[in-house]
Ligand binder design. Structure first.
Ligand code: ADP
Ligand code: MG
Ligand code: MG
Length: 444
């Protein structure tokens, strides 16, 4: 049954709705709509000038409407008089083809038409910085190997507990929080869900974490490599596919062969699971344009060893069992972990590109290739034939542009808008004068 937002407001004491959408660069945009106007907005949507955001529109485009998806509504736990609701972008009665949530919805429908339901969990690491973003917020957090640091996590207990309490109240099933591998870095985990729900939760988690951090006088950042020399912010995705919307273990098609057996599969991954993974492997270099979408992303992957001893980020397109030095890890039966994405990835496009690559893998019966049970950081040079991940954003965009089937699966309109906007961003970056150029070429 569709949630009536006006009734939701009356029942819960909500005064304002934040009708939100996410643009191509992952920016979250919203209008604050008073509860008394929400009934009309629920029908018609809130109006935006698309050109004012990163959606590849001109100032001459007609109004774009963000039509709330009432099933996504969340009352802000830290400000209960406001409720956030994800909007679907519509222009002249048509879905805006390049809007990230629409790209994901279309791919979810395609998968469902083939009887496949993708479920994912993400690990959105973040740093707590000083408000100007220049330093980590805790001057005592200096250990060389700070992961799981008991003392340091307790110095930020008030922030971590507040966010975790909110996730408990929201029914997300959070189950652990820790200090991560970089000084100033944290991770909070909650239960996996349908891809669209996970994308909405991922967006909301970023909004919530930034908001709570601000209230405590800090700045939370999901930037892939906010501090040079320290481990970066990953956003690993755990993926499984089910043949029914529920989560009865028997319907996990990654765990079960069609004959009902789960015993024969390599590492507990069924034939369909292997093909889905094959699609991820086949499209990995192009995928990076979405999973690692910024200039800074390429300071996390392919990075030199960090102060803690390992980057925990991949360099090469390889997979393995329970070993964190590869792009894909199969931690247990019936799912795999893609370790490529970083904190800058767009929550909706991340899920969309996983489904696009995976479905292509299933349709083409893609083979993920040989698995390598080695320490990639120490012995990676021994692997022959596995592509290196792109070295920078432009290389990734070119890989994406070359990958015709992935571009088509993500949608031609989306793909051309994305490549266009991101190439402009790259050009903006390269036209920026840097100190490095002076330091290295002044006397040439
Ligand atoms: P790790 O740090 O070992 O990679 P975490 O516990 O931090 O693992 O995160 C694991 C994520 O994977 C969680 O979001 C969890 O709910 C999710 N997950 C577990 N099982 C599945 C599954 N079958 N399908 C999709 N996601 C899963
Ligand atoms: Mg984790
Ligand atoms: Mg992980």
């Amino acid at each position: 049954m569709t949630t009536d937002l006006a009734k939701f407001a009356a029942d819960k004491g909500v005064k304002y709705f934040m009708i939100s959408f996410t643009d191509l660069f992952g920016g979250q945009r919203a209008k604050l709509v008073p509860a008394q106007a929400i009934a009309d907005m629920q029908e018609d949507g809130a109006g935006f000038a698309g050109f004012a955001t990163w959606l590849d529109m001109t100032p001459a485009h007609p109004d774009m409407l963000a039509v709330p998806d009432p099933s996504s509504v969340i009352q802000l736990p830290w400000k209960p008089e406001v409720a956030w609701v994800a909007g679907n972008c519509v222009m002249e009665d048509e879905d805006v083809a390049q809007a990230p949530r629409n790209v994901l919805r279309r791919l979810i429908d395609e998968a469902a038409a083939e009887g496949l339901h993708v479920k994912t969990g993400i690990e959105a690491e973040y740093f707590l910085m000083t408000p100007d973003g220049n330093q980590i917020s805790d001057e005592y957090d200096t250990a060389a190997k700070p992961c799981y640091d008991q003392q340091a996590v307790m110095r930020r207990y008030d922030v971590v507990r507040e966010i975790c309490d909110y996730m408990l109240d929201l029914g997300w099933g959070p189950y652990q929080n820790d200090h991560e591998d970089a000084n100033g870095q944290f991770e909070m985990n909650w239960e996996f869900d349908d891809a669209l729900r996970t994308a909405d939760k991922h967006s909301f988690f970023k909004f919530m974490t930034k908001s709570v951090a601000e209230q405590h006088g800090f700045r939370a950042t999901f930037m892939p490599k906010p501090v040079e020399g320290l481990t970066g912010n990953g956003c690993h995705a755990h993926i499984s596919v089910w043949d029914a919307p529920g989560s009865d273990a028997r319907s996990n098609v990654f765990a079960m062969e069609p004959n009902g057996s789960s015993q024969t599969a390599e590492l507990g991954l069924s034939e369909k699971g292997r093909h889905f993974l094959g699609g991820i492997m086949k499209h990995a270099s192009a995928l990076a344009a979405i999973t690692n979408p910024t200039v800074n992303s390429y300071k996390r992957i392919n990075a030199p060893r960090t102060m803690s001893g390992a980057t925990w980020a991949p360099n090469t397109v390889t997979w393995t069992g329970n070993n964190r030095t590869h792009m894909v890890r199969v931690p247990g039966p019936g799912r795999f972990e893609l370790r490529l994405p970083d904190g800058a990835t767009n929550p909706y496009l991340l899920q969309a590109v996983i489904i696009a690559a995976g479905l292509d893998g299933i349709r083409t019966k893609a083979d993920p290739g040989k698995r390598h049970d080695i320490d990639m950081y120490a012995e990676g040079h021994k692997v022959r034939g596995a592509p290196k991940l792109p070295l920078n954003m432009l290389d990734a965009l070119r890989e994406y542009d070359k990958d015709k089937s992935l571009k088509a699966a993500m949608g031609e309109e989306f793909s051309s808008s994305y490549i266009k906007m991101k190439t402009q961003e790259w050009n903006d970056f390269t036209s920026h004068f840097s100190q490095w150029e002076k330091d290295n070429t002044l006397d040439i």
